[in-house]
Design a protein around this ligand. Sequence first.
Ligand code: MN
Length: 333
Amino acid sequence: MTVPLPGGTLPGGRAAAVLDAAATAGATVVLSGHVQPDADALGSTLALAEGLRRRGARVLATIPDPFTLPASLAWLPGAEDLVPSAAVPAAPEVFVSLDAASPGRLGELAALLDGAGTSVVVDHHASNPGFGDVRVVDPTAPATAVLVADLLDALGVALDQRLATCLYAGLTADTGSFRFGSTRPDTHLLAARLLATGIDHAAIGQRLFDTAPFGWLGLLSVAAGRAVLEADVGAGLVWTWSSTAEATEHGLPGEQLEALVDVVRSTREADVACVLKGQDDGSWVVSLRSRGATDVARVATALGGGGHRAAAGFTSHLDLHETVETVRAQLSG
Ligand code: MN
């Protein structure tokens, strides 16, 4: 949470001061979002990296292993300049973590939280326990991109189409295209500033949300067809599963599974939607969504993960039915 420091200075001001000093000195700044970055993690990372580069910092933007991006994100400006985590120094002057709810979400890059001269954590997850030397953690922010926009303003970096494209991607993704309850009046004011740079917001939205290979329709029909409604669990639970292997059968990359929960969560009879995604190593990556009555961040945190009140997740090493049972137990408890 955003706690005022003595003198009423917000942590964002302190972070901006750290970044301003690093840029002015031409220091090395390493930035990373969470593992398997989404549009907010990657857009925030690329926007702040470019802003700091313009201010004179020696910038290395990276992501935790695996060093791959889905097609829906690989086009973001600056993504072509990402370097593998093995190529960043272990002790840069500054390390910036973006959109990571916990050190574990940084994978092998979590070591930089201690290795860097100063670590700066920029995040908006309610489950963030507070880590890093300097924190800009605001659970009321609808996206980490909003916090990055504030930092760029504080650094005196003018928004142009390149920066605005990255920020808009994060903003529109994490707000569900401005439909989620986290959207505030100033969210739209920021969107207006970004659109005013001349970005093609329709193309951004189409690339992020409305583009998939034909095989997606086949996978969707199979996964949706096996959905189970358990209206008596908590405020109602609907769940289904798929796997990276099943995605492959339909000619799809594993990240296409992320879109399943957006279909399943429309079920009126269930407050909680759960999609279990089988991984190649036998584990299950579980996505949870709430229609409003249930705090799924609490559920996910209790099961070793984290997230937001309405959108959270965790990883299970139990089998499929044991994993569903742990979710049932949390919802019924
Ligand atoms: Mn986010």
